[in-house]
Design a protein around this ligand. Structure first.
Ligand SMILES: [Zn+2]
Length: 451
């Protein structure tokens, strides 16, 4: 391993000859908080104290006010984040499929530019089995059955190997142990994935005392428990921030905080995610912080997407992406206010078909959405559904106006069709093994729909 890293440094002597002047290339800390919806984050206007540590990071940098995941589904959203490609073009349109090794990832690009790369993840959908370790020198996806809150033996028609998830605090402790033991030199790319806001929720008693009050409805209690688990993940982020501030060059650390999707919390009758393109499932926090290069307390109007993270990090670091193509945009000109925001940028969205069958990797039966300006449109042709919302007066998508504005609905449908025709590819592959198939048949899952 030492030889390989040395060879990389010789080929790409970024660390020795930085284009950034005296400070040298920064460490890059990417934190993905699974299932964290934007409007439950303090710096995005939430009334409860769910995220004091995330808010402190946001106050030192830039927050994108309007940011979206491509779909409310974990593995496709992470694949889009790491490749700057749409899930549809990757062929990774539902959980249970793996990112192709042909894809070029953020970790690979940073590794080729002299970065040490390490990841510590908290749940099975982002484990190495689904291609998420691509480009990482060190990848920790160790979950035990005992550590897991999710205990189902089958997930997305796959037999779960070992445990499913772990506590965010344990994930951060594993990362801190590695940092202490390995003492990796800068520049380092560290990806931390936290799963705590994802159900089933634990009951961190002290937060529950804080968030749950007398006389709450069942729905209010579910939301309070979600919030308590967001706060739990926020504490884990606090431990990371404390370590970086005490032991590494925190001023010269580029921090990216995002989530992979939101959570229904019954805004449209559904508690969880992976089912709709409504705001609560796809609006995410997106925070960029690097005191050396990014001003503090910025609120950025430019609509942003998860697929923008990769080109934005490449631009911020001024590194060579090796000819990799991106579907996202470089957001740094918007952070530096050198261009006007493009508020009419289309934001494309999709949702998996609720009854996708094992092995299906096509878009048949799926639903698609687009937001442009204040308008948000969704269609599911197989179900004869189309919906149009004006977010200016209806930010929670309660009043479908597609029958009042058929011309606008048609135009937005045409945008989706044009976008879909550009999404060719389908690189993802099924990871269903003969052992999975045998296990599924033994459990009677053979012909049943996925959860
Ligand atoms: Zn997720």
């Amino acid at each position: 391993m030492r030889i390989r890293v040395a060879a990389v440094l010789l080929a790409f002597p970024f660390a020795a000859c930085s284009p950034l002047g005296g400070a040298g290339p920064p460490d890059v800390l990417l934190v993905v908080v699974d299932t964290l919806r934007a409007d439950h984050v303090g710096s995005y206007g939430y009334s409860r104290a769910t995220t004091p540590r995330i808010d402190a990071v946001a106050a030192e940098g830039a927050a994108f006010e309007v940011a979206y995941a491509p779909m409310g589904t974990t593995t496709p959203a992470h694949a889009a984040l790491f490749t700057s490609k749409e899930p549809l073009g990757l062929g990774l349109v539902r959980n249970g499929l793996a990112l192709s090794e042909e894809a070029v990832t953020l970790a690979e690009i940073l590794g080729r530019n002299g970065y040490r790369t390490a990841a510590f993840v908290s749940s099975y959908p982002v484990s190495r089995r689904f291609g998420m370790a691509q480009g990482f020198e060190y990848f920790d996806d160790e979950f035990s059955v005992d550590s897991s809150r999710v205990r189902d033996p089958i997930w997305e028609q796959l037999r779960v190997e070992g445990g499913f998830d772990r506590d965010g605090s344990a994930t951060v402790d594993a990362a801190l142990d590695w940092l202490e033991t390995e003492a990796p030199a800068s520049p380092l790319f560290l990806w931390i994935h936290l799963f705590d806001p994802h159900g089933p929720h634990r009951r961190p008693q002290r937060f529950e005392d804080f968030f749950i009050g007398p006389g709450m409805s069942r729905r209010e209690q579910i939301i309070a428990r979600y919030d308590a688990n967001v706060r739990y993940a926020d504490e884990a982020i606090g431990k990371l921030v404390d370590y970086f501030s005490e032991s590494r060059d925190w001023e010269n650390t580029l921090v990216v905080i995002v989530s992979d999707h939101g959570e229904g919390l019954f805004d449209h009758g559904w508690q969880f995610h992976n089912r709709t393109t409504y705001e609560e499932e796809v609006r995410i926090p997106f925070i960029l912080r690097w005191p050396e290069r990014i001003d503090a307390s910025l609120r950025i109007e430019q609509p942003a997407r998860l697929i923008d993270v990769l080109p934005t990090v490449v631009s911020a670091l001024d590194i060579d992406a090796g000819g990799a193509s991106f579907e996202g945009i470089d957001l740094m000109p918007h952070v530096h206010r050198s261009v006007a925001p493009d508020l009419s940028r289309p934001i494309f969205l999709q949702r998996p078909y609720p009854a996708a069958k094992a092995g299906a990797a096509t878009e048949v039966g799926y639903g698609f959405g687009v937001r442009r300006g204040a308008w948000k449109y969704f269609e599911a042709a197989d179900e004869g559904r189309r919906e149009l919302y004006d977010l200016r007066g209806d930010g929670t998508e309660q009043s479908d106006v597609s029958l009042d504005s058929p011309g606008r609905a048609d135009a937005m449908s045409a945008l989706i069709q044009e976008w879909r025709t550009r999404q060719k590819g389908g690189l993802a592959h099924s990871v269903l093994t003969p052992r999975d198939k045998a296990a599924l048949e033994a459990l009677g899952y053979g012909e049943s729909p996925s959860r």
